[in-house]
Design a protein around this ligand. Sequence first.
Ligand code: ATP
Ligand code: MN
Ligand code: MN
Length: 371
Amino acid sequence: AECLNFAMVFSVPNYACQRRTTLENHNAVLTDALSLLAENAELEDEDGRGVAFRRAAAVLKALPKPVTSLTQLRGLPCLGEHSLRVIQDVLETGSSSEAESTKQSERFKALKVLTGIFGVGPKTAAWWIRHGINTLHQLRASGHTLNRAQQAGLEHYDGVNRPVTKAEADAIGEIVETAVTSVLPGAQVTLTGGFRRGKLTGHDVDFLITHPEEGREEGLMPKVVSWLESQGFLLYQKTTRNSYLESKDGPARPASNMDRFERCFSIFKLDACGRQPALSQADEEPKPWRAVRVDLVVSPISQFAFALLGWTGSKLFERELRRWAGYEKTMSLSSHALYDNKQSRYLKATSEEEIFAHLGLEYVPPSERNA
Ligand code: ATP
Ligand code: MN
Ligand code: MN
């Protein structure tokens, strides 16, 4: 009976891809603080620090109970000195003073507002801030030249920054399905990204498109985009063609985690369809539609399982899968293929389950990849 008084000590495997991380989070106050510090590091273009905080947050997301004392965390992976200091602060005072002061800082606020513009990354935002631009108003007044993506991002700022609901994602899904099957009967559309992991809202909607006959998917994206455009569904789109075969990256090893599929980053115009349209400004007429960010990717069927795994996320789960493959298995994983560097050959797969098996990992379903 005495033992019941001892706080439980947790144990968590090293890599996020070895863990089952559902959306149920028993340590949201801790993970919110660490995620905010991760976001800040990313906004400051310090990705290494960002990943460290994201890994620490992911370990806490995987715990079956709330943490009540630091001693419970002894021996857990990925908890560096800095993250432990943040955790200690939250456990002792109820909040993280570093996260709170970051949230209040003018620089964080400005970086967040400016990178909220579709097409604006941390470097551009930092450059604008150095030139005295901290708000959308100042940006509009500055006369700085914006590229096409940024112009659309500024114009549809409110819509793009409002969370997308599952119902809206499903409505977009029907439109994409209609577009795809109109231009190529038999082609298949799969919802990926956060919604495939069971999230209730997202910052965008992600779709993967393929056709069961290899090669039939070639050139599909421009046709889908033309169809969508002709029906007035697109406020903005930028299509990039497939560059996988001509890439010089080597086996399954793109230079970054960017893959080389034919893809389209877009902003959809979604009709309100019964939904109460939100007022963006008090003096404005409510719009009968809203802007939604949508990502479309086309994959040949031979790479479909890899593309599905790569586009389902979470981003940290993906990063951990690639780290596991490289460090523990001497393999290279991308959204196109899995290459075994010891056997010097590609390992084929027609399902996500097969890829996990090749990697020597227990299968983790999408709803448990929320690291
Ligand atoms: P959210 O709800 O915020 O959209 P999400 O998990 O869907 O969350 P996304 O940014 O839409 O996040 O990314 C979905 C998946 O697509 C992630 O696993 C990510 O690794 C992958 N992905 C995103 N952009 C690219 C890209 N340019 N190249 C390759 N993969 C990408
Ligand atoms: Mn997404
Ligand atoms: Mn996306």
